[in-house]
Design a binder for this molecule. Sequence first.
Ligand SMILES: *Cc1c(COP(=O)(O)O)cnc(C)c1O
Length: 360
Amino acid sequence: MTQMITPQPGIMEIALYQGGAAHVAGHDNALKLSSNENPFGPSEAALQAYRRAGFDLHRYPSADHAELRTAIADIYGFEADRIICGAGSDEIIAFLCQAYAGPGTEVIHTEHGFAMYRISALAAGATPVEVRERERVTDIDAILAACSDKTRLVFIANPNNPTGTMIGAPELARLADKLPAQALLVLDGAYAEYVDGYDGGAALVKSRENIVMTRTFSKIYGLGGLRVGWGYGPAAVIDVLNRVRGPFNVSNAALAAAEAAVRDVAYTDYCRAENARLRGWMADALAEIGVPSDVSCANFILARFASQQEAEACDMHLQSQGLIVRRVAGYKLPTCLRITVGDESGCRRVVHAVRQFKGA
Ligand SMILES: *Cc1c(COP(=O)(O)O)cnc(C)c1O
């Protein structure tokens, strides 16, 4: 008998997401710099809130996330009723694709854009459309040229992962203003908190009806293991997303820890300042030994090598020293390695090991 049980079209085109490696053979205590995690961990207040949540494990979590949304609204100055929370911003990305894309529609992402855009587009049955970047920077004109009457969503991470580059608010506004009427612009601000004075595109969201911003607690807030993210957008879009959202999609502990984390502004400021300092030091030190990178606006740098062979050999040497960084050939950057900014000793170990490798 022929097999009749088949998944929806597009599903089998999804390549499984490759997370950053966490282990390397022969090292019990390898330093993981492959997933852009906060080297300082979460705020002490978030840890305490998480522990307290242990007393309520028999209770269902809030279905409307009102307390976390209010905290985000207080801190960032947004309207709480235009915020939606998810199990990581990955889930918000999935909701957007599920709600707005589907068979016969197109979802635009950039050449070196985050893998989840393509995965979620395919999972929804839509066609992902990849748009080239200009020297590892998002190219608004190329995106506009790729738009059609089938375009439903345009995903841009700003700053982008894995390039670390970003574009300015005027460029984003120009894109939003020229998009086809049926297309929604998604500004992924996973790294927005690392950019001093940048609102992640929130002002643009406020002034337009066709932009959604996504944010996460996985990066500067150091809560990747708990899975919390959020989106901010036009009331009509948030209403749509809430209809596809499961009522209990974010756990008690995750809601409590995230609320405490977002309210601990002093700790976030500390992490931003330390990241900027160590990122600058590491990028300069690597450039001096012949490993350049674009100016990064995030918590990692994209180190460039002469060839794919050299990048892979350097990765092997780093592994031999117990250092795990990220290969990004899957992001069409085979000659690069993405290195998360660690704490001071982590950054020094990276520079020391790359210097050994280079024989410099
Ligand atoms: C890390 C990252 C996210 C965050 O994903 P979560 O599901 O919130 O952990 C989103 N977008 C980009 C570009 C990222 O690098």
